[in-house]
Write a protein that binds this ligand. Structure first.
Ligand SMILES: [Zn+2]
Length: 358
């Protein structure tokens, strides 16, 4: 069984000077924790904030991918890039963790299919179309509906991604964007990190109708462990805590990651967030179970969003605890084979299909 996390934001933490070789006390992901959690593969996505556009967005993605290259080179005995499903299997046989590169926010493409090809050549295997705002490709679920779905460039981009074998990621996309992409894409698509809107109303979550449509196209929906997506009650708890106003402490840390006082201030906020009552492992399993009921067992995966979230579900504070989620699925009656599909085999299958049709 390959345990394969569909989404984490590791490159952002690399820019905050985290060394993935070490077992860092405040980290959600590093290689020792992946090992302990039995996680054999993960997409490490280069996250481009919505505030960056044009060349700035491209430069940011390149910089994060460069940082990822540096850490991969320094950890060649532990981890290796995989560029396809077969690469994940080969790395596992060689005893290495697989890292697959992704880009979160297609603004990094700066409206250029040449840049799409360049990123593919350097190993990127999925691109998330949008982030928290509408961009030059498509509308975000937290945007203002600028295009009513895809932009004219977005409508060129979808077939171009199909053609070169780049997986399309619909996390963060608006419902209209998802519908339009599903109508246009010749290949299965992924929704790499989010939860079910039927269980929690957050706009980032995906409604049943679109879960079904992604499954009908052969794709995959991957459930996250972010408390705000898991449970509406946590959103209210967070609002009442007053801790949201402390989030600027993270921005200060991001601007000056080598400053121990700023790192400590952010770690202190995170500890206060962790002290809040949070949805736990069982709530994550509820979302997985719901998605399986809607999509079928072959179309659900897990995309934690570790390293991109300030607080996690209780009991899943870092990736070393991943196994407790799989244990919960077994406890609920999922068979060994079904758990292995959710844990990674479904995502591997989607990667294989997307690549095979090139
Ligand atoms: Zn995200």
């Amino acid at each position: 069984m390959t345990v394969f996390d569909a989404h984490c934001d590791a490159p952002s933490q690399m820019s905050r000077l985290r060394d993935y070789r070490l077992d860092n006390p405040d980290a959600q992901v590093d290689f020792p924790k992946m090992r302990r959690g039995g996680v054999g593969a993960s997409f490490f996505a280069a996250y481009v904030p919505a505030s960056l556009q044009g060349e700035d967005a491209t430069r940011h993605a390149r910089r994060l991918l460069d940082l990822l290259d540096v850490q991969m080179a320094a950890n060649a005995d532990i981890a290796a890039y995989a560029r396809c499903a077969g690469g994940v299997v080969r790395n596992r046989r060689a005893g290495r963790i697989s890292v697959l590169a992704g880009i979160e926010n297609a603004s990094a493409l700066n409206g250029s299919l040449d840049l799409l090809r360049e990123f593919y050549r350097r190993g990127v295997r999925y691109v998330t179309l949008t982030h928290s705002a509408d961009n030059d490709v498509a509308d975000s679920c937290t945007g203002s509906g600028r295009w009513g779905g895809l932009s004219p460039f977005g409508r060129e981009l979808v077939p171009a991604m199909n053609h070169i074998g780049m997986l399309i990621d619909l996390a963060h996309s608006s419902d209209a964007t998802m519908r339009e992409v599903l109508g246009l894409s010749a290949h299965p698509v992924a929704y790499t990190h989010g939860c079910c809107r039927a269980l929690a109303a957050h706009r980032r979550n995906i409604p049943d109708e679109l879960i079904r449509a992604i499954a009908d196209g052969g794709g995959i929906v991957c459930m996250s462990i972010y408390p705000c997506f898991l449970d509406d009650g946590f959103v209210r708890t967070l609002e009442a805590s007053g801790l949201e106003s402390q989030m600027s402490v993270e921005d200060e840390f991001i601007k000056d990651p080598g400053n121990p006082a700023k790192a400590a201030a952010w770690a202190a906020v995170r500890r206060r967030l962790e002290a809040l009552p949070r949805p736990g492992v069982s709530r994550v399993a509820d979302h997985i179970e719901h998605a399986v009921n809607v999509a079928g067992i072959d179309h659900v995966g897990i995309g934690t969003d570790y390293d991109g979230i300030e607080v996690t579900a209780e009991g899943l504070e870092d990736i070393s605890k991943f196994g407790t989620l799989l244990d919960e699925l077994r406890r609920r009656g999922f068979s060994r084979k079904e758990v292995s599909k959710i844990a990674g085999e479904n995502l591997l299958r989607v990667l294989k299909i997307v690549r095979k049709r090139v």
